[in-house]
Design a binder for this molecule. Structure first.
Ligand code: AHG
Ligand code: MN
Ligand code: MN
Ligand code: MN
Length: 337
């Protein structure tokens, strides 16, 4: 990552507004999400001392057992965003349906979607987790949006970001003019820009995938990964390293920092659902961030951001990161089909 002049998130957003790249409502929206992420960061950081670890004893629409922090993070984001006047509605991985902003509050023109806590299987073992979010425009004339109004392709996103709660807390953001990273100064309570215009190297020798699913993948994925594993004596002519955190935010953050490719392909276990990762809360925001950093993102058969969503909780195969390596994976799929 390129070092940046250490300006605050607030100053960056004001400069973007003055440059005509965002309006005051979007600036406020991002500030509110960032503030909610600071609260989540505090909860995550307290760990066992805060009584926040372990299962909530409930399930979500994804068919997953919810962790206490899944529920806490969802509540923090809902509460923070309901009354700001910048949103028309919200949708979350943890909620069955989207929620319009209640009549009691002023409504704005944006729709906010989030994965409140990503990588939640890692909470109890003290490994990085995160929050992912995506912002869309509410269609003209719609005052009380329903699920169908959120079903817009990723190309229409006006902003996407994630926060990673790791050794430090970092917010990575795009409003469609590059991808920038901000580190939380815990003493001051501000996000400070620490990398401007992140560029993902076009080539890489590192990939991220859950290898335990290998036997369940489709044939082109099997062949592609077999060729990576064959190393410098194989068709790719170079040795590859592998990493898998099992928190998408942490895996994507590594790719933004030093390059790499991330895969969650279709496999026999998730075929009926269309994939494992969620288009609206995970794949689209991460793909926007990665493309804005010079990387690529695909389902293997289509540019991710051009997928027309058909359901709020729709799942997709995901391949993203260093653009030449994503192109290689896509080529294996095209040759097979
Ligand atoms: P979430 O915790 O929001 O449900 O997302 C988990 C996702 C993603 O963060 C990660 O890349 C993937 O699930 C890990 O899946 P495996 O456990 O199958 O490796
Ligand atoms: Mn989940
Ligand atoms: Mn997730
Ligand atoms: Mn989640």
């Amino acid at each position: 990552m390129k070092p940046a002049k250490p300006i605050s998130l607030t100053r960056y957003l004001i400069e973007e507004q003055h440059a005509g790249r965002i309006n005051a409502d979007l600036r406020l929206l991002i500030e509110v999400v960032a503030r909610a992420c600071k609260t989540i960061s505090m909860s995550v950081g307290k760990g066992a001392l805060g009584g926040v670890l372990g299962d909530a004893g409930t399930g979500n629409i994804q068919g997953e057992a919810q962790k206490k922090l899944d529920v806490i993070a969802n509540d923090v984001l809902l509460e923070a965003n309901a009354w700001g006047g910048h949103l028309a509605g919200l949708a979350s991985e943890e909620m069955d349906h989207s929620q319009p902003i209640p009549d009691a509050f002023q409504r704005g023109n944006y729709l906010l979607l989030f994965d409140p806590l990503d990588g939640s299987s890692n909470i109890d073992v003290n490994i990085s987790v995160g929050t992912i979010f995506s912002v869309l425009r509410c269609p003209d004339g719609v005052t009380s949006p329903g699920d169908e109004h959120f079903l817009q392709p990723g190309t229409t996103q006006v902003c996407a970001g994630y926060t990673t709660y790791g050794p430090s807390t970092m917010l990575v953001l795009t409003v469609g003019h590059g991808t920038h990273a901000f580190t939380l100064d815990r003493e001051v309570g501000s996000f400070i820009m620490t990398a401007r215009d992140i560029q993902i190297p076009a080539d890489t020798k590192e990939f991220a995938i859950n290898m335990s699913n290998q036997r369940h993948w489709e044939p082109p994925m099997q062949r592609y990964v077999a060729d990576l594993l064959a190393g410098k004596d194989g068709p790719r002519g170079k040795d590859f390293n592998m990493r898998w955190v099992a928190s998408m935010v942490a895996d994507v953050h590594r790719i933004l920092t030093r390059g790499g490719v991330f895969f969650y392909p279709l496999d026999a276990k998730c075929r009926d659902k269309g994939g494992k990762l969620r288009l609206m809360y995970e794949a689209n925001p991460m793909s926007f961030i990665v493309e804005q950093a010079g990387g690529a993102a695909s389902t293997g058969r289509q540019r991710m951001l051009e997928v027309q969503p058909t359901g709020l909780h729709q799942r997709v195969p995901v391949m993203l990161g260093s653009r030449n390596e994503v192109a290689e994976a896509v080529r294996y799929h095209a040759e097979h089909d």
